[in-house]
Design a protein around this ligand. Structure first.
Ligand code: ZN
Ligand code: ZN
Length: 336
């Protein structure tokens, strides 16, 4: 983007990293990372494919040559890695596939989103409908939120994936793969020498999006917290580069702050459960005036924290008789 320069980093092993800024949604910036080591060239994430994102990614390639004298083009790419199957990280694949034949790699748990996108969306919509009902969202509102959700159908069409990643793999003999489920089932961090690419796992200034495991396995608060512990004291990391937000120079400190913020959020929701509340009621207390899309995200976030507390036996259902008799009723949670 015109107002943000392309930053260059170098790993201890001499690989060059260019951080390419993109406006992935009107209110969200993201970064793709172009990595050049000897004659090997990899692109980590590709933006959303929406709005200006594709244009910013193409411009980023050109600017690496113009501003840094690095002669690299789309035809030089040896590898495309998608850190996780959220549209702001993989949506640009439809454009990129037209520019490069480089093999695409993604973790095995997120592969299905890329190769069966339409199917995932349909199944997610169904599960989301069930979740919203039990959260206590009325039918009119629920239909509106679900239609908005499926409105993103046309934004991506499925692509083939050539390589599947698993925890502790060494991709292309260079990137150590660290599986960090929570924000997304198949999210990975990648370590190259002393640099860790953290995707959306460690973002110092952003409250990461979490949804309940009841919607998608291997997401949710518990997986996220476990995955934070997995990277917190990772040996040999001098610099962490996320998919959004600023670079992190002290990973341990950044993760500690995120853990503290999470503990605060869990405590706040637990405190609110001194009185019985449905997920929808808690959401309207915590996020009183948000637009429809943010409301959908907020409901899932609150659902994730309620699930976390409930899994640990810290909540009880106040209207248990009603819920036991009628499966369509809305559970209202209070502190056990
Ligand atoms: Zn994400
Ligand atoms: Zn993201």
């Amino acid at each position: 983007m015109a107002d943000e320069s392309i930053t260059r980093f170098e790993t201890a092993g001499g690989a060059r990293i260019y951080r390419l800024p993109m406006q992935v949604f009107p209110s969200l910036r993201a970064y793709a990372h172009l990595v050049i080591a000897d004659d090997y060239v990899a692109l980590i994430d590709v933006g959303s494919g929406q709005g200006e994102s594709d244009g910013h990614l193409r411009a980023g390639f050109a600017r690496v040559a113009d501003e840094w004298g690095e002669r690299v083009g789309w035809a030089d790419l040896d590898r495309i890695v998608i850190t996780h199957a959220h549209i702001d990280h993989h949506g640009g694949l439809n454009m990129v596939r037209g520019l490069s034949d480089a093999p695409i790699a993604i973790h095995e748990l997120d592969r299905r989103v890329l190769v069966h996108y339409e199917e995932r969306l349909a199944l997610s919509r169904f599960r989301l409908g069930v979740f919203l009902h039990h959260a206590g969202v009325d039918d009119v509102r629920r239909t509106k939120l679900l239609n908005m959700y499926s409105g993103s159908k046309h934004l991506f069409h499925s692509v083939e994936v050539q390589d599947v990643l698993r925890d502790d793999d060494l991709l292309d003999g260079r990137f150590r793969i660290i599986h960090v489920p929570g924000h997304c089932p198949g999210q990975v961090c990648l370590q190259l020498d002393d640099v860790l690419f953290t995707a959306d796992h460690v973002l110092p200034g952003v409250a990461v999006f979490l949804s309940p495991e009841s919607l998608t396995a291997a997401t949710g608060v518990d997986h996220f917290l476990q995955s934070l512990r997995k990277v917190k004291d990772r040996a040999g990391v001098r610099l962490a580069l996320g998919g959004h937000d600023r670079p992190v120079h002290d990973l341990h400190e950044a993760v500690t702050k995120i853990e503290t913020a999470q503990a605060g959020r869990i405590a706040r929701i637990y405190d609110l459960c001194a009185e019985p509340h449905s997920v929808a009621e808690l959401t309207s207390v915590l996020y009183p005036s948000v637009g429809a899309y943010d409301e959908l995200l907020a409901l899932q976030k609150v659902g994730a924290y309620i699930e976390y507390l409930d899994q640990r036996g810290r909540l009880a259902v106040a209207n248990l008789d009603e819920v036991a008799e009628n499966e369509a009723s809305v559970p209202r949670y209070h502190a056990a």
